[in-house]
Design a protein around this ligand. Structure first.
Ligand code: SAM
Length: 278
């Protein structure tokens, strides 16, 4: 048995344009002992293109728990494993978190081979403040749950980044306009690095209208970015939160009233509650 464990390489792959695969990613994918891929058939095309003959195993959300043990065993015996997903950076709205955590816990070295990530690619061209941002990944499929999450983000001052699929893009933009307000600025980045790449920028109402008016704009893969709340918007939300909180306090204990007022208006619960304590 080898004394040195292997290394787990977390390798980013293209999000559309295959030329975006880095030289180092290519080297790792040709030299690892094993490639753990989200979908081995899907990744087969990329691996064939670079002439990789490394065996692949599937690692996806339905088998990650069982596969982790096997992969950790292999790593402990000294073999290198490269982790890839269908596109972009593994673990970013993709499988791999359990494997990386288990490797770290087992003292196995884990190294990134950085590269494409749709969220970062979109942020880099959106023209929205990028010094601080929050990645929200996919919103819920159901409108009620989606709106609830958006409501919690209404006073968020940082740029927000969401992933969205073609069959929900219209509903998602409509919900965003309803919750954040029609005038809040947003960007829809579609099919990045691909033939029909489009980046639309405008108010959420304009974006919803433009995407609704052109069925081509509803096709493909999307990143939606929403500007954080401005100081004025945050002040208005807090003022509304205080108004609702005061009304609710007539009917219930302040802690509960603060929780409800925060859920209804998006105002920070702590600020509402603290105000009631003087
Ligand atoms: N791990 C990937 C990454 O690093 O970006 C994301 C995987 S997630 C399952 C797939 C989602 O990413 C798509 O539904 C879409 O929201 C976004 N996405 C992926 N490729 C994209 C592209 N070329 N243009 C716009 N969005 C993309």
């Amino acid at each position: 048995m080898n004394e040195q464990p292997g290394r787990l390489w977390v390798v980013a792959t293209p999000i559309g344009n295959l030329d975006d695969l880095s030289k180092r990613a290519e080297q790792v994918l040709c030299n690892a002992g094993l490639i753990a891929a989200e979908d081995t058939r899907h990744s087969g095309a990329l691996l064939a293109r670079i002439g990789s003959r490394v065996p692949t195993v599937a690692l996806h959300e339905h088998n990650e728990r069982e596969q982790v043990e096997r992969l950790i065993d292999g790593l402990q015996q000294g073999g290198d494993v490269a982790l890839i997903s269908d596109a972009g950076t593994p673990l970013i709205s993709d499988p791999g978190f359990r494997l990386v955590r288990a490797a770290r816990e087992a003292g196995i070295p884990v190294s990134p081979v950085p590269g494409p990530c749709a969220a970062i690619a979109a942020l880099s061209v959106a023209g929205l403040p990028s010094d601080r941002f929050v990645f929200e990944g996919f919103l819920a499929a159901k409108s009620s749950a989606r709106r609830e999450r958006l409501q919690q983000l209404v006073a968020e001052p940082r740029t927000m980044i969401f992933y969205e699929s073609s069959h929900r893009i219209l509903d998602c933009l409509a919900d965003m306009a309803a919750v954040f307000g029609e005038r809040r600025h947003g960007v829809v980045a579609r099919e990045l690095t691909k033939l029909f790449e489009t980046v639309l920028s405008g108010s959420l109402a304009e974006l919803a209208e433009r995407v609704a008016a052109d069925s081509n704009q509803q096709r493909g893969e999307f990143v939606v970015l929403v500007a954080g709340a401005s100081g004025e918007e945050a002040d208005a939300i807090l003022a509304e939160g205080r108004r609702v909180f005061a009304l609710l306090c007539e009917e219930m204990a302040p802690a509960r009233a603060a929780r409800m007022a925060a859920a209804i208006t998006g105002a920070p619960r702590k600020q509402l509650y603290e105000a009631s304590n003087g």
